[in-house]
Design a protein around this ligand. Structure first.
Ligand SMILES: [Zn+2]
Length: 382
């Protein structure tokens, strides 16, 4: 059994779905860290209901290794779970519950080793970085990194424990979520030529997004799966009645971009083509027709750096020969942008993340604990 099992269950019992507060969990974790001698600092969101926690063990010196995880989880709304998602349980060789793999399992492994870290003769600091609102666009970690900069805390590298089956991930895609508002003009649906049906505009817009996605496909990087930038609409709403031309529709869409490509160009292309290929037809019927696109959130990619000390460190510790690239986003890109080399390595598989009956194999937690013990040992060498 992994040493982290009880802690994982305790962390999962806090419902930290991104829409709510994470303070109860932060209080719980800070208490564990401070009782073992960690020096803690928090940074809050505007409401004061959510906090990042940064904690340091070891010498009051520059550098050191960051163990980083987010505290929030995605909603369970509408998902068909076989057991209470917030009462984690072991069935067979797996632990089931919301956040088991994404990513309270990793946080629990790190916390389970706090007594070892506190006892160790650390030659360099070990830091914990726990963020809020990762699942809604890596929002919280920005404040955490700003806080570190203003306090002149400059760790030498960060390990982001998102689920990679403990493989070393040195690159991931960039991404963004966008809202496109389709504004039309209401009218009786028997006379579509006298109004502008925003739902029909939205349909054309979704088609356009697919066409832009197709256009981007030939530009590939074989390390990623899929090996190209993807663009798609995942939510759509609009209209008020079946016999009324819709005045408004909203398309929520995303792109996941190869990390070293021009992210802004994807949006520019979509906006420009929508203006020229969709809007004129509706504009001809009413001057009120408009398409308005706004950026909701975005995160930078993690660009593979062959000389990254974070990648070298994780490879040495795990014995991994390969450095992987993944399509999903993490906070690693933000750390890299802030000048802190980062690598992604954590227990469990992304295939179970965000789904009903999310689980982490107990063997993954055991592997993660072994990995982190080696991290502690390395931090004791000067
Ligand atoms: Zn995650």
């Amino acid at each position: 059994m992994p040493a982290a099992l009880d802690l994982a269950k305790q962390l999962i019992a806090f419902d930290t779905t991104s829409r709510g507060s994470n303070l109860a969990l932060i209080d719980f974790v800070q208490d564990i860290l401070e009782r073992s001698g960690a020096r803690c600092r928090r940074s809050y969101d505007e409401s004061g209901n959510k906090a990042n926690l940064f904690a340091t063990f070891g010498p009051d010196a520059a550098g050191g290794i960051v163990l980083s995880g987010h505290t929030d989880v995605v909603p369970v709304d509408g998902q068909d779970w076989s057991s209470d998602p917030f009462a984690a349980e072991v069935r067979g060789d797996k632990l089931y519950g919301r956040g088991t793999c994404d990513m309270k399992g990793f946080v629990a492994c790190a916390l389970a080793l706090v007594p070892d870290i506190a006892k160790a003769k650390l030659a360099k600091p070990i830091h914990f970085a726990l963020s809020y609102d990762e699942e809604v666009g890596c929002v919280g970690v920005r404040g955490l990194l700003d806080d570190l900069r203003s306090a002149s805390i400059k760790p030498e590298l960060a390990i982001i424990g998102e689920p990679t089956l403990m493989k070393v991930v040195g690159a991931h895609k960039a991404g963004a979520v966008l809202h496109t508002h389709c504004h039309g003009k209401e009218g009786h649906s028997s006379k579509p030529h006298l109004g502008a049906n925003a739902v029909m505009m939205a349909g054309e817009f979704v088609n356009l997004i697919e066409s832009v996605g197709d256009m981007l496909k030939p530009d590939t990087d074989a390390r990623f799966d899929p090996p190209y930038t993807t663009v798609q609409a995942n939510m759509i709403e609009g209209g008020s009645a079946v016999n009324i031309l819709a005045r408004h529709a909203l398309v929520t869409w995303e792109y996941r971009c190869l990390p070293d490509r021009d992210m802004a160009k994807v949006v520019e292309t979509v906006v420009q083509r929508a203006e020229t290929e969709i809007l004129p037809k509706y504009k001809a019927r009413t001057g009120e027709a408009r398409l308005m696109t706004e950026l909701h959130s975005s995160y930078p990619g993690l660009v593979l750096d062959e000389n990254s000390p974070a990648v070298a460190f994780a490879r040495e510790i795990s014995g991994a020969n390969a450095v992987e690239a993944v399509a999903y986003g993490t906070e690693a890109g933000h750390f890299q942008r802030a000048g802190i080399p980062a690598v992604v390595c954590g227990p469990g598989s992304i295939d179970q993340a965000h789904k009903a009956d999310e689980f982490v194999a107990l063997s993954e937690l055991v592997k993660c604990e072994a990995f982190l013990r080696k991290v502690i040992a390395k931090a004791c060498q000067s």
